[in-house]
Design a protein around this ligand. Structure first.
Ligand SMILES: Nc1ncnc2c1ncn2[C@@H]1O[C@H](COP(=O)(O)OP(=O)(O)OP(=O)(O)O)[C@@H](O)[C@H]1O
Length: 264
């Protein structure tokens, strides 16, 4: 495919008087892992919402796979190949892990609300196997650890074989080894042909695995480029990362928003 997989141009989105997105330009090329970072309230989740169609930009342009998708419904965008994981893991608690994943396999509009009978099983099996959690297929979400639930959420998003996977804070609440596993999984996902946009406050993860970064502050892109370049950008240091000197570094800004137990 010539050109970017996704292109957002001058995207603006207002919530009342709040400019959640302000003239945002973003490009994602095929098979690229792109991080989006910035302080709390910078507009990161809103950018994902605008791309998936869960929030409607006030102005701007959005193309995916060469097509204008700005006014398309979220379900249409999902069928075109845009998938998303959520900040709060929304699994169906009364369905098994495999049923949760099967629910996410795109189906024709007529079948909405009905578990697909054909095609879904293979896709759900592949998605669970890909993440090394095939053994959890018959378990209920309530029996899983937080780290396992994160993996089920990713399997669900991958079940439809998306071209673009948008992830909202998948590392929140993971321990070090779970975070390392997540990083390996995301690199594998990209290597197998899916582009990933990763929103997260976990800087070791984001700086370690992303090909490129966008930094948002007050709804605007204040920097973009390779992780090393962005890490040393004075505007980014001032707005988000803090100085390297531990005496002056603001730890709260480095890890500002791990959710509390009750929020997961
Ligand atoms: N549904 C909404 N209604 C009104 N204001 C909203 C809504 N969603 C987000 N906002 C506001 O838009 C701005 C951007 O919020 P957003 O959640 O996109 O930030 P974020 O960078 O994802 O933050 P965090 O890192 O805390 O998740 C914030 O000022 C937020 O309060």
């Amino acid at each position: 495919m010539a050109g970017p997989l996704l292109r957002a141009e001058a995207l603006c989105l207002h919530y009342g008087g709040v400019r959640a997105l302000n003239e945002v330009d973003v490009e994602i090329t095929p098979t690229e892992l792109v991080g989006v970072i910035g302080p709390n309230g910078a507009g990161k989740s809103t950018l994902l919402d605008a791309i998936t169609g869960f929030a409607t930009p006030t102005s701007g342009a959005l193309t995916f796979d060469g097509q204008d998708v700005l006014r398309r419904r979220p379900s249409e965008r999902a069928r075109m190949g845009i998938a998303r994981t959520w900040q709060t893991l929304q699994l169906f608690e009364d369905l098994t892990v495999s049923e949760n994943v099967r629910m996410a396999v795109p189906r024709r509009p007529k079948a909405v609300g009905v578990l697909p009978r054909r095609g879904g099983e293979r896709a759900e099996h592949d998605a669970l196997a890909r993440l090394g959690i095939g053994g959890l297929a018959d378990r209920m979400p309530g029996e899983l650890s937080h780290g396992q639930r994160v993996l089920v959420g990713i399997a669900r998003a991958l079940a439809g074989d998306p071209k673009l996977l948008l992830m909202d804070e998948p590392a929140a609440g993971l321990d070090g080894s779970e975070r390392d596993l997540l990083g390996e999984i995301l690199r594998d996902v990209v290597a197998s042909g899916t582009s990933v946009v990763l929103v997260d406050h976990d800087m070791p993860l984001v700086l370690g695995i992303c090909d490129r970064l966008y930094v948002l502050d007050f709804g605007a892109v204040i920097a973009s480029g390779a992780p090393r370049q962005v890490r040393n950008d004075p505007a980014v240091v001032a707005a988000y990362l803090g100085a390297d000197d531990p005496e002056t570094r603001d730890e709260e800004r480095l890890q500002p928003s791990l959710p509390t137990e009750g929020a997961r």
